[in-house]
Design a protein around this ligand. Structure first.
Ligand code: GLP
Length: 629
């Protein structure tokens, strides 16, 4: 029950004043990040397994799939290897499986569980239960009943791990699921299918149905832990914890359960009332950041710009605790917002900089832009990149190349051109086998290499349009998952690279769709490299500016630098994004919104400018925004 949990007091609400049940109807704990939360859950699971072992009992674990439990499984594997944790007494039941799907299919949950847990622990084959996505329709009914019976025969689930889908589902219990539902087949919601595109590569390939444990099956578990990480989950988490019980958000059914804990990281908790609007809940410990948040919140609620807020507005909304008249506070907050706006993202030379986001000196800065997805970076900060070049800074790009970002279709297009020039058959597969015939004509002529060439050329074409010099662009190969050795080499490369460039500024992504994925790991590496670098040189010389790569942009109260774009600059950026032709079908901003990503980035930049304008600041066409690390 998380007895030793080191719960972080993220709330500004003074202790003792917070009414526990007025808003939150599910017990929850918030961790600084998903790693810490995952470790705590793994610890609870391992304690349970060991306790049951001592009593010579079976332990029945209900497990989940998706990106959320990955760190927990990693930690369990580590405990198995390093701390003698045995799973010999554990019987596993998985929540769900796509239907139809072959267990050997790499997108199946059978495959997922084998690759991420079962392969590495001492589980007995007969103790693994995952719904069979290959079962015939005729057998389905009995099969599902049997799944339920097997759980019951073992005395029910001792511990059930749950993730939450953005539709509010638990397992695959989509909106509309009944409280009494049991293991059954279900039609997947559109949001769920869209979220699975990245695994299946296109919406058409995502199965339409799944087999899932029911709500009742889940609620029978003796202990339930629901985990959610990242800003992407924040809205649905709020609904699950604060909303009324409803089949529209099946996770709210957990409010019926007596022993459920929701484990969150900071980002996933960010929409909870006590975190987002603590002044609604009680008396607050005000600081500048909270004041800024509260004033922006008030403006948005009353649809008024900052400078038009009155004493009466402050009183009515319960923001009574500010000292002094509204006028002073309005000016203070207006200035804070105004000071974040700059057309000089590298600092304005020969100008006082105490009220500007960046330092004015040195006039010309060494800038590094680090990214694992160049097209996304250009979509997010292409305008800023262009300004930095125009304003005389030395802009260096360090781009990570991940494998297979070029589709076979795209490859064959180029192969067709090569084929016309050279008579060899270079269709995919053939080239792998017939490599020697290509030797000398094309360096190490594998399909993989050619795909990499296509990718690199395309990126170069695009960013050169922003004025960035080819000699300042470096590519590094980002090793595949779980390849610690090569990751270490890549990190060493980054260290050497940063040491050579000696940057004053680094621009990179700081909030991701998957909060503990590869992007986050590389951000951590980059931060460490920067820290180490400046231990030996002058500290705090390099400022790291973060843009937001998750589905939502930063909140205005979190923005430290807002770079306005003119209509022409927006158009320019759009044209540069168009150069990433090979990526245009890939959905870079996951989710139900399948608009092309240039539209997404434009809308995001425009809506940010609109928000600033509504607060009473100058009206711009669009804005790219950054948070300072
Ligand atoms: C899938 C699974 C759910 C899981 C959800 C969230 O739909 N069937 O059990 O909770 O995805 O996935 P993720 O953890 O990747 O956000």
């Amino acid at each position: 029950m998380f007895e030793t949990i080191d719960q972080i007091n993220l709330s500004y609400v003074k202790p003792g004043i917070y009414e526990e049940t007025r808003f939150e109807k599910l017990h929850n704990v918030i961790f600084q990040n998903s790693e810490e939360g995952s470790k705590e859950i793994a610890r609870e699971i391992s304690n349970l397994v060991r306790t049951k072992q001592q009593k010579e009992e079976n332990c029945v674990l209900g497990l989940a799939t998706g990106s959320s439990p990955l760190k927990i499984y990693e930690e369990l594997i580590r405990m198995h290897r390093e701390e003698d944790l045995s799973f010999s007494n554990v019987v596993f039941f998985n929540l769900d499986e796509y239907f139809p799907i072959d267990p050997d299919d790499s997108q199946s949950y059978h495959h997922f569980m084998a690759e991420n847990l079962f392969k590495y622990i001492d589980v007995k084959e007969e103790n693994i239960h995952i719904p069979d996505g290959n079962i015939s329709y005729e057998e389905l009914h009995d099969y599902c009943n049997n799944y339920e019976n097997r759980i019951q025969k073992l005395g029910g689930i001792d511990f059930q791990l749950l993730g939450i889908g953005r539709s509010g589902h638990i397992g695959f219990n989509e909106p509309g699921s009944h409280l009494n539902s049991q293991t059954r087949i279900i039609t997947l919601d559109h949001i769920t299918r869209s979220d699975a595109i990245s695994a299946f590569t296109s919406l058409e390939k995502v199965p339409r149905k799944a087999i899932t444990m029911g709500i009742n099956t889940i609620l029978q578990a003796k202990r339930i832990v629901l985990m959610a990480w990242g800003r992407n989950k924040a809205k649905i988490v709020k609904k699950a914890i604060e909303g009324e019980i409803s089949s529209n958000i099946p996770a709210t059914y957990l409010q019926h359960h007596q022993n459920t804990t929701v484990v969150l990281d900071k980002a996933a908790s960010s929409e909870l009332t006590r975190i987002r609007e603590p002044w609604i809940i009680g008396d607050c410990n005000w600081d500048n950041k909270l004041k800024k948040e509260a004033v922006i919140w008030l403006c948005e609620h009353l649809n008024k710009p900052v400078l038009k807020l009155t004493d009466k507005d402050y009183n009515m909304s319960g923001l009574l605790n500010f000292k002094g008249p509204a006028y002073d506070l309005n000016i203070e907050i207006f200035n804070l917002l105004q000071n974040t706006i700059t057309g000089w993202p590298g600092g304005k030379p020969n100008s006082p900089d105490s009220h500007r986001p960046e330092r004015s000196k040195p006039d010309s800065k060494n800038v590094v832009i680090f990214s694992l997805a160049p097209e996304t970076t250009v979509a997010h900060i292409g305008g800023t990149m262009h300004r930095l070049v125009e304003q005389g800074h030395k802009v260096n790009l360090l781009f990570g190349l991940t494998e297979d970002s070029i589709s076979t279709e795209e490859y064959l297009k180029y192969a067709g051109v090569f084929k016309k020039i050279m008579p060899t058959d270079i269709s995919e597969g053939v080239i792998e086998k017939n490599c020697p015939t290509m030797e000398g004509q094309m360096p190490s002529g594998t399909v993989k290499k050619i795909k990499e060439f296509i990718r690199i050329e395309e990126i170069l074409t695009a960013v050169k349009n922003l004025g960035i010099l080819e000699k300042n662009i470096k590519f590094i190969n980002i090793p595949e998952k779980n390849n610690e050795l090569s990751e270490k080499e890549t990190v060493e490369f980054i260290n050497v690279y940063l040491d050579k460039i000696n940057p004053h500024q680094i621009f990179t992504a700081g909030d991701f769709k998957i909060p503990h994925g590869i992007e986050k790991r590389y951000l951590d590496h980059l931060i460490n490299s920067t820290k180490n670098l400046y231990k030996t040189k002058s500290p705090s010389q390099c400022w790291i500016w973060l843009y937001n790569e998750s589905n939502q942009d930063w909140k205005i109260s979190d923005v430290d630098m807002a770079v306005p774009l003119s209509p022409d600059q927006v158009l320019k950026k759009r044209n540069v994004i168009f150069k990433f032709l090979s990526q245009k079908e890939r959905i870079l901003f996951q989710g139900p919104d399948t608009r092309k990503f240039y539209l997404d980035s434009e809308n995001r930049n425009r809506s940010m400018a609109e928000k600033y304008h509504k607060l009473g600041l100058t009206e711009y066409e669009a804005m790219e925004v950054f948070k300072k690390l």
